[in-house]
Design a protein around this ligand. Sequence first.
Ligand code: PGA
Length: 252
Amino acid sequence: MKRKKIVAGNWKMNMNLVESKNLISDLKEISAENVDVKIAPSFTNLYMANSSLESSKIEVVSQDIHHEQKGAYTGEISAEMLLSIGIETSIIGHSERRKYFNETDLILSKKVNSAVQNSMKIIFCIGEELSDRNNSNHFEIIKSQLTNGVFHLESKEFKSVVIAYEPVWAIGTGMTANSHQIQEMHEFIRNLIKSNYGVEISENVQILYGGSVKPTNAEEIFSLKDVDGGLIGGASLNSSDFSNIVKAANGG
Ligand code: PGA
């Protein structure tokens, strides 16, 4: 089974309108037959980004959604609002949301449900803290994040999920997990999916790695058997770094 690679840029809380326009105009040059390229600008720039990239193959996705459809939730954005501007995929459960905004497994499972109910696709993030790894709890943590966040979905619903494994200690630190650690965890995740949903779904699900992916390490990471691309933070803010990472995913 040959899974298509994904390279998704998570811009986080970076890039104002002018900066976003400039970066997007540089990214329009990217072409990669074998890779699905996605970018996640901030909410304020999603509409502009999606309109500017209408004729390109780059998909614009959101960094988060609220779990309710609508109502008295000041400052929040619903799946339905995103769909109304053409955004069909959302990142859910990024470690920064878990850590700084107290998003628990329960809240994340509700966000996942809202996305599914609205037929939105999901990039669901999981990852252990350094202390979990040092205490050899990393497999348990990953298992519980998946069990509580997405494994309640029915098989056909789970098909709209992409998993992003991002060890928290590797995010924005320059400290990438090594190839052995990455492949071992991706294989573990795929096996868990196999136990829950069967071989076919587990062979088709795309599992991305995130955490200090750079043009210099992308090729090695993407060559690992169970790695289907990457979720890129810092390096996605620089058009030449990002396009070189896409090239690495496209086969060099
Ligand atoms: P990083 O971030 O590439 O800057 O480490 C990855 C992420 O948070 O998705």
